[in-house]
Ligand binder design. Structure first.
Ligand SMILES: Cc1cc2nc3c(=O)[nH]c(=O)nc-3n(C[C@H](O)[C@H](O)[C@H](O)COP(=O)(O)OP(=O)(O)OC[C@H]3O[C@@H](n4cnc5c(N)ncnc54)[C@H](O)[C@@H]3O)c2cc1C
Length: 324
């Protein structure tokens, strides 16, 4: 008879780590944590710049932390350390390099299959995969000769380049601000005003625009791209044509609806997962973190989701809370 875990958590970002840690603290012992990359917090590692300030009340939204992970304002590095310590302290053994491909509901348990066809069983499932696994792409074609210089992060920026940053959210603002000292940066957003980002990020960006350090092209879309002598030739909808060495697309992530379908998650008519106040989607299927909301989440919200879920899972159990 195969072992049946009490809970299987898919994704070791803030939401998955919090759920696992709360599970241990609340007395669960049979916990499985899957992470497709080789380390936890892959979104933070890949999309946050080194030394990026990390705000607890992200975008100015105050969140009262309910759980046991003591998350505070800090930097990318202190945030990663906090999650590293949280996993170590609770001796949590995540299955790294293990990507879940499917979850099937059986009579009294879930069957979890990985991309390498390993099979596991659990009574409860937590989907905490975030939304950055599949970044949004533009509608127009990117010349194949330039694909290596059309990026979703600034990791490949070399300095001394003409860089176009496209997007209107926090990633776009932060990327433009972070690289502007070493590059000639143009910031393009199709709307005339940036409203979706953290006010602090908007302020940093607009100060640079006012000082002429970053060029803004707001309220205009890009119609097409061509390769001209190894550079992006960008045709804007207002007739402007400009050339860049690199384009950074910071357009957020797509809800992975096929994956959610194959994990027994019920979606609404707009393909957003349905969750109640306990983060429950359907019997035994919970969603935590960014994937649980149709708008952008935050680390603090993800941590609270983990706490809500474990409270709900353990509501009928007699347990002894472990010291935090
Ligand atoms: C540039 C940028 C700046 C930000 N700054 C802040 C900030 O200052 N403060 C703040 O609170 N928030 C910030 N955020 C938002 C914050 O990063 C997210 O809200 C948070 O990471 C969500 O956590 P999560 O656990 O839901 O998802 P994620 O952090 O995306 O983690 C999901 C994890 O699941 C794994 N995974 C995915 N699919 C599978 C699978 N099939 N099998 C196994 N594992 C899988 C991924 O590899 C990943 O490690 C920022 C976001 C960006 C992009």
């Amino acid at each position: 008879m195969s072992r049946v875990y009490d809970i299987a958590i898919i994704g070791a970002g803030p939401a998955g780590i919090a759920t696992s840690c709360e599970a241990i603290i609340f007395g669960m012992r049979n916990i499985l944590l899957f992470e497709k990359s080789d380390n936890h917090s892959d979104t933070i590692r890949r999309y946050f710049n080194d030394n990026k300030p990390v705000d607890k009340d992200w975008k100015g939204v105050h969140v009262d932390l309910k759980g046991h992970i003591d998350f505070k304002d800090g930097t990318k590095e202190t945030t990663l350390d906090l999650f590293e310590d949280s996993l170590e302290k609770r001796l949590l053994d995540a299955k790294f390099n293990t990507e879940v491909s499917k979850v099937k509901r059986l009579v009294d348990r879930f069957k979890i299959t990985t991309t390498t066809n390993e099979v596991y069983y659990a009574k409860n499932i937590v989907i905490a995969i975030g939304k950055m696994g599949k970044p949004n792409k533009p509608d127009y074609k990117i010349p194949s000769s330039l694909k290596s210089r059309a990026n979703h992060t600034i990791a490949d920026c070399k300095g001394n380049e003409d860089v176009l940053v496209v997007g209107g959210g926090d990633s776009a603002c932060e990327y433009a601000y972070f690289i502007h000292q070493d590059n000639n940066v143009t910031f393009n957003y199709r709307r005339s005003e940036i409203t979706k980002a953290n006010p602090k990020n908007i302020k940093n960006l607009m100060n640079c625009v006012e000082d002429g350090e970053i060029k803004a092209k707001l309220g205009v879309d890009i119609e097409k791209l061509e390769d001209e002598d190894g550079k992006f030739k960008v045709f804007y909808a207002n007739g402007d044509i400009e050339k860049y060495d690199r384009i950074i697309y910071a357009l957020g992530g797509v809800t992975p609806k096929e994956f959610l379908h194959s994990c027994c998650v019920i979606l609404d008519e707009k393909d957003h997962p349905i969750v109640d106040e306990k983060n429950l989607n359907s019997l035994g299927v919970y969603l935590a973190g960014d994937i649980a909301g149709d708008i952008g989440g935050s680390i603090a919200l993800a941590l609270n989701h983990g706490y809500n879920i474990i409270k709900d899972c353990m509501k009928d159990e007699v347990f002894e809370e472990q010291s935090a």
